[in-house]
Design a protein. Structure first.
Length: 304
């Protein structure tokens, strides 16, 4: 018996496993040989049963079978003894490795089955994808056509809006005791006053607004001036700044024209300034505007 090594390292463990595998392989090989020899002996017995020397040959073969059985029994005992000695002498780590080996082999087999299944699923997915690619290409072409059509429509509408010069019309005559008007643009939480028009070619400032002459005869584009305007509070009782603006004029000679941006915040501010305007005795008119400003034409400009 070989001397037991107390220090189990990686190399000694590999040698031990290699030896165990070799011994098991030898035992299995010897068992196969014994079985083959036994089958051959039985065939010989059947053949000799019809010969004149059958009794003697049968006796010899029976003795040989008995001897082979004893050898097989001895080999099985040796295998069991060796297995017992190995388990007694092996470290706990070796026993764990032997047990884990079976689990590892089983896990590898399951992983191979899953890989095969995934490979089949991947092939099916690729086949489906190859069928869907033409459909997606056709859908992309249709989407692109719709997008171009929408862009053309938007561009045409923008050109129509740019070509339009009149978005609001001032009254030619106002049936009121006041003969002149004051214009206010309401945008967000501010009121922008327009003082007067000028005979200018380029853009100019008038009150809290910027005025840009249009190519059309008598048309001007009015928009709120950045940084200008009067803050409009939520409560009309606190709108002292707008009330001061109204006090520049007289309700007997002026009426107010409001142009309100079409959004909820601007409309809420208009509700406040309207209350103040009515309280100060002014008559008023109102019209909406969208975009950055309002285009005025064919109306009488404000007078000072």
């Amino acid at each position: 018996m070989a001397r037991r090594i107390s220090n189990w390292g990686d190399d000694s463990l590999e040698l031990l496993l290699d030896t165990v595998c070799n011994v098991f392989g030898g035992i299995i090989l010897m068992t196969i040989l014994v079985v083959l020899q036994t089958q051959g002996g039985l065939e010989k017995v059947a053949a000799l049963a019809q010969s004149p020397d059958t009794p003697l040959e049968v006796e010899r073969l029976a003795f040989e079978i008995e001897r082979i059985d004893r050898q097989l029994t001895d080999l099985q005992k040796q295998r069991q003894e060796f297995d017992k000695r190995f388990r007694e002498s092996a470290s706990p780590d070796t026993a764990i490795l032997l047990d884990r080996r079976e689990e590892f082999v089983k896990a590898i087999q399951e992983a191979e089955q899953r890989i095969n299944k995934l490979s089949k699923d991947e092939r099916k997915a690729r086949e489906l994808l190859s069928l869907q690619v033409p459909q997606e290409s056709e859908l992309s072409r249709e989407v692109e056509a719709v997008r171009r059509k929408l862009e053309a429509t938007v561009k045409r509408r923008e050109q129509q809006v740019d070509a339009s010069t009149i978005t609001a019309r001032l009254p030619q005559q106002h049936q009121s005791r006041a003969s002149r008007q004051r214009i206010y643009l309401i945008s967000g939480k501010k009121a922008y006053s327009l003082d007067m028009f000028q005979a200018a070619v380029g853009q100019y400032a008038s009150g809290d607004c910027l005025v840009t002459p249009r190519s059309s005869l008598g048309a001007v584009f009015v928009e709120p001036k950045s940084g200008g305007g009067t803050e409009v509070p939520e409560d009309a009782r606190q709108a002292a700044a707008f009330r001061d603006l109204l006090k520049r004029d007289s309700a007997d000679t002026r009426f107010i024209s409001f142009f309100v941006r079409a959004d909820s915040e601007s409309f809420a501010a208009f509700q406040v300034v309207r209350t103040v305007t009515v309280a100060e005795g002014y008559e008023y008119s109102v019209g909406p505007f969208d975009g950055s400003g309002v285009t005025l034409s064919s109306g009488r400009p404000p007078e000072e």
